[in-house]
Design a binder for this molecule. Structure first.
Ligand code: HEM
Length: 509
């Protein structure tokens, strides 16, 4: 080959990345970008691969202000005024191709991008999460909390820290609890993690009937991390299993394993009738009908059951673990929480019913303040500007541009919250209108969290149980207990704590 041919081949990537930048069809060159985000998806892809996407985007907003170009066609807008436009009803913004990386089995409620298809699914499924339906789930949540209480008591009986506390990693236990609850609700029985004290889910191969085990929590973590990274460059997904990085090969395997868990568990119910008498989430999914009276098909039921397992497990457990961190590190919060719970429960030491604690205002304020300061959904959820284009915060964006509003940055803005880095539950008794509009842990609009009622029911009963029955402290020698030490986190699709060692002790003899 002549040298000129080599030179031309060598120039190809340059043309591929530079030409769109120079042509600037969507007129985005006016926005600042960290290098090389204006030319390539690599910058965001790399931040996601490192598990620090929301921090990196937050830093860029501190440097460049309200608008930051984080991908060639993607602008992050750190302004609460953008929330109702980018996510609200009636503006026509749809989910971007970021969500293609999350598809397995088939598209579910979470990763469906087509508006009509999403509306059909959401109509069929949303009845599952009405306030009335959700209250029917309480006995299943209660049952799992009783198992947790048993384990907490067992641990408390063998103290190994000063002051008669017992040391445990609370993240393990919030994970076991949240996974067992969602499995109980979705598949008719818990994974059994609370009983065994292990990240272990039994999985039956529907073809052979062979039972194996899988570490469901680990699998879900890997799946979130790899999908959240591949979503920044969805075309890489097809090559991901060949990449020389275990992160991708193990992540792709995790996607398959997780789908296998859902398929096998749905099969127990649909093919063998196990648990058919229960009023749980799967029963309600099976009973759901669209406007033509059509139920979900088999594959669709599997996909939606998988969606619930993914969306309804570590969202809750991550939030609960970070709640423990903030309660323990903020003087006075544990005492105020326990005082309110003691008054509501009047000396009843059993796992509380929702009815007994639903009016506990401080408890709700602690949960909301955690959802603000930790925001397990921290990244800006990407949406595509409709074809006619849209003006957002004074700037016009061409159709097809991707916009996102970074939740972490909005939840940590001093302009909005005054003292954003302080954990101050009291702020929830006196919120400004701007603060109310800027609180988006469940997102807003047509794609907001459909499971918010379940999440709130779970968190209220779990937090009330944990803090009414036991005393807590940071485990001695743990970094997190030191003044100003952060809770270490990693981000996949969600922002997840890496663990938290604490001490537990019964509050009654
Ligand atoms: C603390 C707990 C939770 C938080 C912070 C949370 C947050 C969110 C957020 C931010 C979204 C929007 C995602 C996006 O647009 O990409 C979402 C969607 C969703 N959530 Fe949750 N979630 C929680 C618990 C749950 C639970 C318990 C369930 C089910 C049992 C659930 C089911 C879903 C589903 C199915 C969607 C997709 C909805 C759609 O696109 O129509 N979530 N959640």
């Amino acid at each position: 080959m002549a040298y000129t041919t080599y030179i031309l081949i060598g120039l190809l990537p340059l043309v591929y990345y530079l030409l769109p930048y120079i042509v600037d069809a969507k007129k985005l060159r006016r926005f600042n970008a960290p290098f090389p985000a204006a030319f390539s998806d690599f910058w965001l892809f790399w931040q996601a691969r490192k598990g620090v996407r929301h921090f990196a985007v937050h830093d860029m907003h501190k440097k460049y202000g309200k608008f930051v170009r984080i991908q060639p066609e993607h602008i992050s807008v750190a302004d609460p005024a953008a929330i109702p436009i980018v996510y609200g009803h009636g503006t026509g913004f749809l989910k971007s191709d970021y969500y293609d990386a999350f598809v397995s089995i088939q598209r579910g409620l979470f990763n469906t991008r087509d508006r009509a298809e999403h509306t059909r699914k959401r109509k069929t499924i949303s009845h599952v999460f009405s306030t009335k339906s959700v209250l029917q789930f309480e006995p299943y949540i209660h049952h799992n909390l009783e198992l947790l209480a048993k384990q907490f008591n067992k641990m408390s009986d063998s103290p190994d820290l000063s002051g008669s506390y017992h040391k445990l990693d609370i993240l393990h236990w919030t994970n076991y609890l949240a996974f067992d609850i969602i499995s109980d609700l979705t598949f008719g029985s818990p994974f059994g993690m609370l009983e065994s004290g292990k990240d272990q889910a039994f999985v039956k191969d529907p073809a052979t009937g062979k039972v194996t085990t899988a570490p469901a929590i680990q699998v879900l973590n890997r799946r979130g991390e790899v999908s959240g990274t591949l979503g920044c460059a969805p075309w890489v997904k097809q090559f991901a299993k060949y990449l020389p990085d275990k992160f991708f090969t193990e992540g792709v395997k995790a996607v398959e394993d997780l789908a296998g868990i859902a398929i096998a568990r749905v099969s127990d119910r649909l093919d063998h009738g196990i648990g058919n008498e229960r009023e749980d989430l799967l029963k309600k999914l099976m009973d759901g009908r669209d406007e033509h009276g059509k139920p979900l098909g088999r594959k669709e039921t599997e996909a939606e059951a998988l969606t619930m397992l993914i969306a309804g497990s570590d969202t809750t457990s991550n939030t609960l673990c970070s709640l423990m961190y903030w309660v323990l590190r903020t003087p006075g919060v544990l005492e105020s929480l326990q005082k309110e719970l003691d008054e509501a429960l009047q000396g009843d030491w059993s796992v509380p019913n929702y009815a007994a604690i639903k009016d506990c205002k401080y408890l709700r304020a602690v949960i909301n303040e955690t959802l603000r300061i930790h925001s397990t959904s921290s990244l800006g959820l990407p949406r595509v500007v409709p074809p006619k284009g849209y003006t957002v915060c004074g700037e016009f964006f061409e159709g097809g541009t991707v916009l996102s509003v970074p939740s972490y940055t909005i939840h940590h803005s001093d302009e909005i919250w005054g003292d954003a880095s302080a954990f101050r539950p009291e702020r929830w008794f006196n919120l400004t209108e701007l603060q109310k509009k800027s609180f988006i842990p469940f997102s807003v609009g047509p794609r907001a969290c459909v499971g918010q009622n379940v999440a709130e029911l779970e968190m209220i009963t779990i937090v009330a149980t944990m803090f009414s029955g036991w005393d807590w402290k940071f485990a001695e020698g743990e970094k997190q207990g030191l003044p100003g030490a952060p809770l270490d986190t990693v981000e996949g699709f969600l922002r997840k704590p890496l663990g938290l060692n604490v001490g537990i002790k019964r509050r009654r003899a």
